[in-house]
Each structure stands twice: as C-alpha cells, then as structure tokens.
Design a binder for this molecule. Structure first.
Ligand SMILES: [Cu+2]
Length: 157
C-alpha cells in the first residue's frame, strides 16, 4: 500500500525511493511498541497486582516482579493464589503459560514454579525474549477449585 501511494503521489517519489525502506522499518518497530503500550489488554504493573479469575472463584496476586515492571529478558515473579476477595486459598497450586498473542508464540524457556515457605510461589525464569505484549495465563488450583487468570504486560525493548 505504501508503494502504491508513492507511485501515485509524485511529490513523495524522492522520499520513497531514497529513505523509505529504513524509515518504514523504524516506523513499523515504533508502531508495534506504541500499539502494545496502548493495548487495553496490557496491565500497569504494581506490586501485589491482583486479578480475579475467569470463574470468579480464585484470584492471583502478582506479589513482586523482578525486574519491575517486567522487562525484556529473564524475569522472576512471586505470586500468590488466593480465594476471590483475598482470603487464603487452601492447597494452592499454580502453573503458567506464556504467549505473545500478536505473534502466536510462547517463550523458548519453560518457567519453573517453586513453592515458598510462606505459601507463595516463585516462577522463574520467565524469559520474555522480545519486546511487545506478553500474556501470562495462570492455571490456579485450590483443592477441588480451579480458575484461570490472564495477565498481559507491554514489555519494553
Ligand atoms: Cu513475539
């Protein structure tokens, strides 16, 4: 479409034939990042960011992310499984799946979930290897109850 526009608009011919490829590539990268920042799915990170699951039964608290906010590269998250509303969840368990929804791929590294003495879980490494929107789907369990929480963050380069 850019080329068609350039061919029609004579004034644009010089710009298109000389600097267009590099400029278009830069604009594309910038647009992808800005689009991610404005993406309504992207959450604004804060310690103890909490989201109720799709079933309304359990919730996930992202107690702490390191680095904070999440950045491109290797991340470590501390999370807690709670009853919706914040009460302690019995026999909590959590699993996480990473996805870049715009690209249709996950991470090349499978994160390990490690239960902590205080009942929370450390999840590492969360390898967010590209800038863009990363979506973490948490499968929550407490006894016989299950729920799913999706948290997405716009990861800067
Ligand atoms: Cu990607």
């Amino acid at each position: 479409m850019r080329r068609a526009g350039c061919a029609v608009v004579t004034l644009m011919l010089v710009a298109c034939s000389s600097g267009a490829p590099a400029a278009a590539a830069d604009a594309g990268a910038e647009a992808a990042f800005i689009g991610c920042e404005r993406d309504p799915r992207a959450l604004t990170y804060a310690a103890n960011l909490t989201k109720v699951g799709e079933q309304g039964t359990l919730q996930l608290a992202l107690v702490q992310a390191a680095p904070a906010p999440p950045l491109r590269g290797t991340n470590t998250w501390r999370v807690r499984v709670e009853r919706a509303g914040g009460a302690a969840a019995a026999q909590p368990a959590v699993n996480v799946t990473l996805l870049m929804p715009e690209h249709g791929h996950g991470s090349s590294v499978t994160p390990v979930v490690t239960a902590q003495p205080d009942g929370s879980f450390e999840i590492a490494p969360l390898y967010l290897f590209m800038p863009g929107l990363w979506q973490a789907t948490f499968a929550l369990t407490s006894g016989a109850d299950t729920d799913t929480v999706v948290m997405a963050f716009c990861v800067a380069g």
